[in-house]
Design a binder for this molecule. Structure first.
Ligand SMILES: C[S@@+](CC[C@H](N)C(=O)[O-])C[C@H]1O[C@@H](n2cnc3c(N)ncnc32)[C@H](O)[C@@H]1O
Length: 206
């Protein structure tokens, strides 16, 4: 993430948060318990949405500029968490360590989504949950999808490797997650190219 994107991230997302994303975060995270890992925690937008009383909360963020903002937000928060410099593709925890994992607006940016999902599957206990909010490819053949394809090379260059045409629901299923709990939706007030989205809870099959 370049310096400008990291600096402006919270400000550029403020309208989207107010239009519904913050409510989604609340709904998604409200019932979490046990040991939880969040990948690509960014500036800590989920931090205030976690319920109190988790056994352990690990926030991973490989980008130093985003991680500095995450540390600053954590210092102002009543939540307790461990911040880790680790990519989602390599999580330094044993198999089955976590009860739940969280990925919000991250699988668009990771260099290797299959490796990241494989790693999340590995560190979750059997039956554990992966909670996701991700923007995704528009329906094939629509103007939305064509526009995403056109814009993607430039967009990913200026927006921290953010890809517009990933079929993340399919990748989740391919990685061995049970995806019946996913819902297709729209990120209101987001730029049109990142409006198609999915949200929900998928579980690690045994
Ligand atoms: C659009 S931001 C989302 C931040 C936060 N999750 C949120 O909901 O606002 C994407 C984040 O993914 C992080 N990221 C990029 N590649 C990653 C990887 N391989 N593993 C984990 N996080 C990664 C970026 O550094 C950035 O902080």
């Amino acid at each position: 993430m370049n310096r400008l994107s990291a600096t402006l991230y919270d400000r550029t997302m403020a309208g989207v948060e107010a239009a519904g994303l913050a409510t989604w975060r609340d709904e998604l995270l409200a019932d979490l318990e046990g040991r939880v890992v969040e990948v690509g925690a960014g500036t800590g937008a989920n931090l205030d949405h976690y319920p109190p009383g988790l056994c352990e909360l690990v926030l991973t963020e490989p980008d130093p500029r985003m991680r500095a903002r995450l540390h600053a937000r954590l210092a102002r928060s009543p939540r307790d968490a461990t911040v880790l410099d680790a990519p989602a593709e390599r999580l330094p925890y044993p198999d089955g360590y976590f009860d739940a994992a969280v990925s919000t607006l991250v699988l668009c940016s990771v260099p290797d989504p299959a490796a990241a999902l494989g790693e999340l599957h590995r560190v979750l206990r059997p039956g554990g949950s992966l909670l996701v909010i991700e923007h995704v490819r528009g329906a094939p053949g629509t103007w939305s999808e064509r526009w995403q394809r056109l814009v993607e090379p430039l967009w990913s260059h200026v927006a921290g490797n953010c890809h517009l045409t990933r079929d993340t629901a399919r990748s989740l299923a391919g990685a061995g997650f049970e995806t019946a709990g996913l819902r297709a939706t729209n990120l209101e007030r987001a730029p049109a190219v990142i409006r198609p989205a999915i949200r929900g809870i998928v579980s690690r099959s045994t």
